[in-house]
Design a protein around this ligand. Structure first.
Ligand code: MV4
Length: 510
């Protein structure tokens, strides 16, 4: 095969917002590549807009009127003379129609081909491809299950419990557990109706239901020269309702032998569809340590920092090089991982009251730093957190020599966080990190939801919170009653705050 043409990228339009837009722009800057931001009216003052060389307004706050308007994004790239578009994750990142629009406009899409995206987007087709390539998938059907007799015979062959999934689904959309034949036809009919409504595609399939699996994914990278490598796994089982909370690498479950087998399977999966750029192969791992490929995410992922931490590489740099037609910078045997990395996701949500998304203006913001700590965020003091987009406010990740040291480092990092004005899941993150399942490394995708008592606020934590509120109120009332002029009131308030700090955190240095 003739070597594909190299084409330099001088200016990248980043079709995203928040921390991932900033993340991409940082690497562009290091590589001497100019950047173009796009933004909705809600993000006029956002950090990604300020970080870019140029910025183009897309439209009103709702994503469908702004960040999802592929036509406007392509137009903005053409108008500003960008030669490539980085989609980040979410929004347009996995829409093959958008990739085709970029192609037609002569723009490089920094990601996989639309053909590779479609090959993995259709789950039935993907299952057939993967079986043909010798990649283990969950036992189940490879043709759409349509008539009642086929549904029954296939489910019986696979053995209950089974799961019904939509071929056009993914990421938890339109899936159903069926524990016996009595529920089967009803569940199938509902799943089909839902799939038709959500994806305009009513094909469904049946899989063996794996109980309490672990969710372990493997980072892969392909280039336009036919090379594919893997960058090892990320353990993502600490999740609730398909929302990841804590990720770590390496997975406490894997040994070198299993890691090598899963890595090889992931490379095989990506190579089978001639995958280019960054991708992730998701696996379910059962209690007997059997692994099965579930789906492929055809984008850079939220949790990529923990992979960057342990292999010391910049994955966005690799994305840009591959998009320019360069070969991958390293061969498989040159990729080495060191130490242990953990990431937590700080969300604007009230973990103690049904995990409802929160909004408001960020008042005080103190983020952690120091050795082995990285913060990816688009947050700033005064920023308005709106309900228009994903509630993720920041990712905090740490790296240390061992898992125990990484846990201690993350606990230290979380103790440095102050965020007021918007309710966050910070207390919940602390409890996850402290929990017995996490500490022991024995957790799976069902742990948070099946053992709520383990992750509930402890009594003393609630009491401390109540005392803090009462103290703050008394301070406020007493200041007002004493009629202090403002400067004096501020000084007293500051003294009260530091007194409270000392009481709240005994032993902390003054
Ligand atoms: C499964 C499964 C058990 N058995 N399939 C959920 C999201 C979608 N990507 C697939 N999912 C699952 N598929 C079979 N045959 C359990 C899940 C699942 C899950 C998977 C990954 C991460 C978190 C999860 C939480 C609940 C269920």
């Amino acid at each position: 095969m003739a070597a594909p043409a190299r084409r330099p990228i001088r200016k990248v339009l980043v079709a995203n917002r928040g921390e991932i837009a900033l993340r991409v722009m940082r690497t562009c800057r290091e590589m001497g590549i100019k950047t173009v931001a796009v933004y909705s009216d809600a993000d006029r003052n956002a950090l990604h807009v300020r970080a870019a060389y140029e910025a183009v307004r897309l439209g009103p706050p709702p994503a469908r009127d702004s960040y999802l308007r592929g036509d406007l994004v392509v137009e903005a790239a053409q108008r500003t003379g960008a030669d490539a578009i980085h989609p980040g994750f979410g929004f347009l990142s996995e829409r093959s129609a958008f990739v085709r629009q970029c192609r037609e406009a002569g723009l490089v899409f920094i990601g996989p081909s639309p053909e590779a995206m479609d090959a993995m987007g259709d789950k039935l087709g993907a299952r057939r491809n993967m079986i043909a390539a010798g990649v283990p998938v969950v036992p189940g059907t490879t043709e759409p299950a349509s008539d009642d007799a086929t549904l029954k015979s296939e489910a019986a062959r696979i053995g209950y419990p089974v799961m019904i999934k939509a071929s056009a689904g993914g990421g938890g959309k339109g899936i159903r557990i069926v524990r016996g034949e009595a529920e089967l036809l009803n569940a199938a009919a509902r799943a089909r109706g839902e799939a038709k409504g959500a994806f305009a595609d009513d094909r469904i399939y049946i899989e063996k239901y794996l109980e309490e699996p672990r969710h372990i994914e493997v980072q892969v990278f392909g280039d336009s020269h036919g090379n594919v490598v893997h960058l090892a796994e990320r353990e993502c089982s600490m999740q609730r309702r398909h929302q990841k909370v804590v990720e770590e690498r390496p997975s406490p479950l894997l040994d070198d032998e299993l890691r090598a087998r899963m890595g090889a399977a992931a490379v095989k999966a990506a190579a089978a569809i001639r995958y280019e750029n960054a991708g992730t192969i998701e696996f379910l791992v059962d209690r007997h340590r059997n692994f099965y490929m579930l789906e492929m995410n055809t984008r850079l992922q939220v949790e990529h920092p923990i992979t960057e931490w342990t292999c010391g590489l910049d994955l966005v740099r690799w994305q840009l090089l591959v998009a320019m037609g360069e070969p991958l910078p390293l061969r498989q045997e040159q990729i080495r991982h060191e130490g242990h990395a953990i990431e937590v996701r700080l969300y604007a949500e009230d973990a103690d009251h049904g995990f409802l998304p929160a909004s408001g203006a960020i008042q005080r913001l103190e983020l952690p730093g120091g050795p082995g700590v990285r913060v990816d965020t688009g947050l700033y003091e005064g920023m308005q957190v709106t309900p228009f987009y994903d509630p993720m406010l920041a990712k905090i990740s740490v790296h240390a020599a061992t898992r125990a040291e990484a846990i201690a480092r993350m606990a230290r990092a979380l103790s440095e966080v102050t965020i007021t004005g918007v309710v966050t899941n910070l207390p919940f993150l602390r409890r996850c990190l402290d929990s017995e399942p996490f500490r022991s490394g024995r957790y799976d995708t069902s742990t948070i939801e099946s053992r709520p008592e383990v992750f509930a606020p402890r009594m003393d934590e609630q009491r401390e919170q109540a005392v803090a509120v009462i103290a703050a109120m008394m301070n406020h009332v007493l200041r007002r009653r004493a009629g202090f002029p403002e400067p004096a009131a501020a000084a007293i308030a500051a003294r009260a705050r530091s007194a409270w700090r000392d009481a709240y955190r005994p032993g902390s240095p003054r």
